[in-house]
Design a protein around this ligand. Structure first.
Ligand code: SAH
Length: 259
């Protein structure tokens, strides 16, 4: 996939990726939450094939690999993340079971019914939750699992400021029951749903991001685009602190049935 013309919220993707190379995670989450979600999955053996879609540098993949049997393919469209991912796997001596590849989530390089588990933390929004659930269904074996985290509304109503922010960046955000209905409709049994605790945002995401921002601003001193990107991130953090009772990340774990 060609990154050159791509933007996220109007920012150049390569700049964003360069920034996120300095962080262990590229979205809210934590090792505890990865393991909690994994606890609902009961079909894995040494022969299993797991895919981690939108794996980033692999923070959550390495946790999965240390606690689940089988082989894991991490897939991300940014080569810099995949290089770092494979370096991390080697450092942990996981390279025989864990491999990162460059690819796009809208055209996965797997065979039909190849996978026992599809994992995806904080990434499916790039093509949309419903589309991801529907398109990825065919790659799973019947009885295989999907585990994805996704931003969701906690309440039916919310203040206009936060509502408008999300309508701008990801209008597919929806309430948990509506998302669960989409899971069911796409051909899965909804097995579990849980809200990521606040520390997944504050401790594991915003705090390291704050440090990375300082470094990045020094490296790119005087660069207006970088300053704007950093200001946007700070705004996202402020919004979370102000409105966290209205939205957050939710893990959806589901089991494939025939459609
Ligand atoms: N799962 C990681 C990264 C989440 S950030 C974590 O939780 O830390 C979202 C990731 O999706 C980024 O690494 C980004 O490069 C990747 N991504 C965005 N669009 C993609 C696409 N079309 N195909 C594959 N990966 C994509």
């Amino acid at each position: 996939m060609n990154n050159e013309d791509k933007t996220i919220h109007g920012f150049d993707v390569n700049l964003i990726c360069d920034f996120f190379l300095n962080t262990e995670r590229q979205g809210p989450g934590s090792p505890e939450v990865t393991l909690k979600a994994l606890g609902f999955i009961d079909n894995l053996t040494d022969k299993s094939h797991i895919a981690d879609i939108g794996c980033g540098t692999g923070g959550q993949t390495m946790v999965l690999a240390r606690h689940a049997p089988g082989h894991i393919t991490g897939l991300d469209f940014y080569p810099g993340f995949v290089d770092r991912f494979n370096g991390n796997a080697r450092e942990l001596n996981l390279q025989d079971r864990v491999k990162g590849i460059v690819g796009s989530m809208d055209d996965l390089p797997f065979r039909n019914e190849d996978l026992d588990l599809i994992w995806s933390e904080g990434a499916v929004y790039n093509i949309g939750f419903e589309r991801g659930l529907n398109e990825w269904h065919k790659y799973l074996k019947t009885g295989g699992y999907i585990a994805v985290s996704e931003s969701s509304w906690f309440t039916e109503k919310r203040p206009a400021e936060i509502h408008n922010f999300w309508m701008d960046v990801y209008p597919e955000i929806d309430t948990i029951p509506n998302k669960v209905a989409q899971v069911q409709k796409a051909g899965y049994i909804p097995v579990a749903t849980f809200i990521l605790p606040e520390n997944c945002w504050t401790e594991h995401y915003f705090r390291p991001l704050g440090k990375a921002r300082e470094m990045f601003l020094n490296k790119h001193a005087g660069n207006k685009t970088v300053e704007e990107l950093m200001a946007f991130q700070q705004y996202e953090e402020e919004l979370y602190r102000k409105y966290k009772e209205f939205y957050g990340y939710v893990f959806f774990i589901a089991k494939k049935i025939e459609r």
